[in-house]
Design a protein around this ligand. Structure first.
Ligand SMILES: Cc1cc2nc3c(=O)[nH]c(=O)nc-3n(C[C@H](O)[C@H](O)[C@H](O)COP(=O)(O)O)c2cc1C
Length: 217
């Protein structure tokens, strides 16, 4: 059997060309730098560059994390959409604060966002829902996300029925579908360096503005 410890140690880290990040010329607001890095990740061929890890913890304090797609980012914050009755939705109702992290391997870049989370209005959540493809609306209509699935055929049947319903009722909205906004308080940009002198820049919110400073790697 392969010695997994040895195997892990042998894997390359931060191989190839890496971009240089110069914090002194960083923009005033983190969402501006985020969009710059996101578009550069797209150009570098990162797969699902808008996928991020959302970490939450409910009232019991036990953390959980999962990947989600970013729906929007602007001065109001970072947005994602999910069913409020899913485990993550329940955790956010109990403890409305979260951390997001993005990792773009081609450039060895990481971005971390933390702050309180607010559900958007029913109107905005419905608009997000109706902009989804029929297949993903059907998935949400079938519901029961993260409940135990005993028989795959149950899923096939529920999906088929949900797709049928979505086709017959194109304006149908799942009331639990929720657009959430992470109102970022801290945003950190991390760029790997081959000599391990990684560059880190952390933005911290003060009212409507931001201060920023470097961190030790
Ligand atoms: C790349 C990627 C994107 C995903 N996007 C979403 C999403 O936008 N919304 C969502 O509810 N789940 C999304 N998922 C599924 C979640 O990771 C997770 O399995 C699901 O939401 C159940 O999480 P929970 O049990 O913690 O509530 C995505 C998974 C991957 C791998």
């Amino acid at each position: 059997m392969t010695d997994i410890r040895q195997y892990l140690r042998s894997l390359p880290v931060f191989a190839g060309e890496l971009p240089v990040f110069e914090p002194d010329s960083a923009p005033e607001r983190p969402e501006t730098l985020f969009v710059d890095w996101l578009t550069e990740a797209v150009e570098a061929g990162v797969r699902e560059p808008h996928a991020m890890v959302l970490s939450t913890a409910g009232a019991d304090g036990v953390p959980s994390s999962r990947a989600l797609l970013l729906k929007n980012v602007d001065s109001g914050g970072w947005q994602f959409a999910a069913n409020s009755s899913s485990p993550k939705g329940r955790e956010l109702a109990e403890n409305p604060v979260a951390a997001l992290s993005f990792y773009w391997p081609q450039q060895a870049r990481q971005i971390r966002v933390t702050g309180p989370v607010e559900p958007e209005s029913a109107e905005n959540s419905a608009a997000d829902f109706l902009a989804r493809s029929p297949g993903s609306r059907a998935e949400a209509v079938a519901g029961r996300q993260s409940s135990p699935l005993d028989d795959r055929r149950e899923l096939d049947l529920a999906t088929e029925q949900a797709l049928d319903r979505v086709t017959r009722e194109p304006g149908l909205v799942v009331p639990e579908w929720t657009l959430y906004t992470v109102r970022a308080e801290r945003v950190e940009f991390w760029q790997a360096d081959k000599q391990r002198k990684h560059t880190r820049l952390r933005y911290e919110r003060h009212g409507d503005g931001w201060t920023r400073g470097r961190l030790w790697p």
